[in-house]
Design a protein around this ligand. Structure first.
Ligand code: MTE
Ligand code: MO
Length: 229
């Protein structure tokens, strides 16, 4: 822990208010990653011919009643709420997101469980959304909230830091290997950030929030995955 904290501190990698957000191994991984990978480096992109024939799935579409209702009419009523430390809290329909400038990228999705698949993703860069809503001073994280699943509801959520949030390959995607995002892969919209492991690419989004801290969300450790160890 001492080494990880010292490393993080030395390179200014983990925010000062951070204490205990990640466990020691996560802190070390994160610190090491920020040392090794320059903040603007791009994850590798591939050719269409390299797209995987088979894409594994983790998790299930939300059983949440609201999600099921939205799904039933093709997400016409779905909206993504964007709030927190922003000048203009907003909500966007799927059509509105699709009218924003889009980016498509073919990259490798790597799950921490040890498998990966290459797919093409199309969506709007999170950086564009941040510019539309206007990020206020003090912002350090973007938190992604999906619809819940299961009974009792399992609340999956993840945080990303502003370096990843502004990164050009961090997308709110609405298409995978085509114009649509399959339900099992997170319809109508999911995060995709190829520089991070798969669990950060939150599916079934309904809200993103810009915050100064993650302490008051869930158990305060930065994400449901860390909460569960
Ligand atoms: N809402 C939600 N998002 C999620 C998950 C999940 O279970 N629920 N699983 C995560 C994990 S661990 C991985 S590896 C990827 C898997 O994406 P895929 O199912 O499209 O392959 O989604 C991530 N996002
Ligand atoms: Mo994963």
């Amino acid at each position: 822990m001492g080494v990880a904290a010292a490393l993080a501190n030395r390179y200014g990698l983990i925010p000062p208010n951070h204490r205990g957000i990640f466990d020691p191994s996560e802190t070390l991984t994160y610190a090491a990653q920020r040392v090794l990978i320059p903040r603007h480096s791009l994850a590798r992109e591939f050719n269409r011919s390299e797209i995987s024939k088979f894409a594994p799935v983790v998790g299930e579409p939300p059983k949440d009643e609201t999600y099921q209702r939205l799904l039933a009419d093709g997400f016409a009523e779905w909206r993504l709420t964007v709030d927190g430390l922003v000048a203009r809290p907003s909500s966007f329909s799927l059509e509105e997101l699709k009218r924003f400038p889009s980016r498509s990228q073919i990259n490798n999705h790597v799950c921490e469980q040890g498998w990966s698949f290459i797919a093409e993703w199309i969506g709007v860069p999170v950086s564009h959304i941040l510019n539309v809503v206007g990020v206020l001073p003090g912002a350090r994280y973007v938190i992604a909230f999906p619809y819940n699943n299961g009974d009792p509801p399992q609340s999956w959520w993840e945080s990303i830091d502003m370096v990843d949030a502004w990164h050009p390959q961090t997308l709110l995607t609405y298409g995978m290997n085509g114009p649509e995002l399959p339900i099992w892969h997170g319809a109508p919209v999911r995060l995709k950030m190829p520089r991070q492991l798969g669990y950060k690419s939150v599916k079934y989004l309904h809200r993103i929030a810009v915050t100064e801290t993650v302490k008051n969300i869930g158990k305060g450790v930065g994400g449901a995955n860390v909460e569960d160890g």
